[in-house]
Design a protein around this ligand. Sequence first.
Ligand code: F0G
Length: 465
Amino acid sequence: MTPDLPPAKTIIEPFRIKSVEPIRLLSAAERCRVLEEAGYNLFKLRSQDVTFDLLTDSGTSAMSARQWAGIMVGDESYAGSPSFQRFEAAVQGLTGLENVIPTHQGRSAEFLLMQALRLTKGDVVIGNTHFDTTRANIEHTGALALDLPCQETADTQSEAPFKGNIDLDALARFLQKDSRSVRLLIMTVTNNSVGGQPVSMENIRRARRIVEPLGIPMFLDVARFAENAFFIKKREKEFEGRHVREIAREMFSLCDGALMSAKKDAFGNIGGFLAIRNPELAESVRSLMVITEGFPTYGGLAGRDLEALAIGLEEILDEDYLTYRLRSTEYFGEGIRSAGIPVIRPIGGHAVYIDAGAALPHVPWREYPGQSLSVALYNGIGIRSVEVGSIMLGSRDPVTGEEQPAPRELVRLAIPRRVYTQSHVDYMVEMIGHLAKRLGELRGYAFTWQAPVLRHFTARFKPLG
Ligand code: F0G
């Protein structure tokens, strides 16, 4: 007999554990002491003092037994290594893009592309929302990095399924006014800066249709391409029955090239690549990269890294893994929301974003509610998160020097891949439930020292009142 049982409610990891690392469980008093010593800056903590490190999902994945086996057979030849050949074949097979150039991480791929395109002052690069390092690499050339996120993004509570989309009308309007200065369109999938929200195939197709006749190339930033493809499968009717590999392939078929930080959806601890259709552009990148990244068949990586990435790019397309990944992140977000703490809706792929401004209405933006909540998550539970609010993204009025707030005061809880178990998630949800009842007691913070740029990495703070 085939027992006809209902589907399980419990989420399980579709893998078992072969190798473990201890995590330290400090007392709340110990955590308060080490964070005070770190000037209340979570970036300055020793990671041994963190129980749940949700600072980033980048470079923090657990590699599989197959990837570790790949590490052992990595070939370290300076040029033409078989590990490069396997990496190249994996990227070509996945993307259909001919010219594959490894780089040491995502931002070096961005740097090389912007330099190879010879961007300069007066040029514009449009995106659904450029990630910070992409923006920095565009602006470094003197060009303008323009974000055109879709309207639905503005409402953090709307349940729109593809809040990572670009605003197609705004794109068309801008190009009608001025298409000559636009040198590149970058679609970031998923859209990290608006909450890890996916971009629909429809949106990628229509964006393509707008820029193609004007000769403007479209690149995809594919740091989290598999999560995006799986959201498409789940939310876009046309793709319901298609395998995620085919969906990814269709996304790639629409672009002129892709940039990847392989520290995310390739389960890599380091690495990235550029994959380019146009052979001349690829040749310019290859000539440039020798100065900084190294020879074009290793791009700043060891042969063993290339092996691990080639295997990771295959493993990420396992639909059981992706089902678990998106469900587990959603479950975490739902748990936090049920505790009464507002989160960006719907839950994205790689992270839960808490709306700290709404959670702590008694802390004004000048006293940094995101910082206050991040400190409480560490002191109370041992979770390291990151403030994505006025400390990280605030600006200064160019005339008065007066500080300006970020659009939102968020705290990001990014989930490393295959690292924490469901019982870890349950534990965090339970403890966040206790913390939720005490939010009224949390106080704001003030800077005691800050660097002139990228202040969030090194600043020191003091608690107020
Ligand atoms: N693009 C996106 C969408 C990213 O999220 C990142 C990194 C990069 C490019 C740059 O890649 O770090 O390999 O140089 N995001 C990390 C994060 C740092 O925490 O979200 P990289």
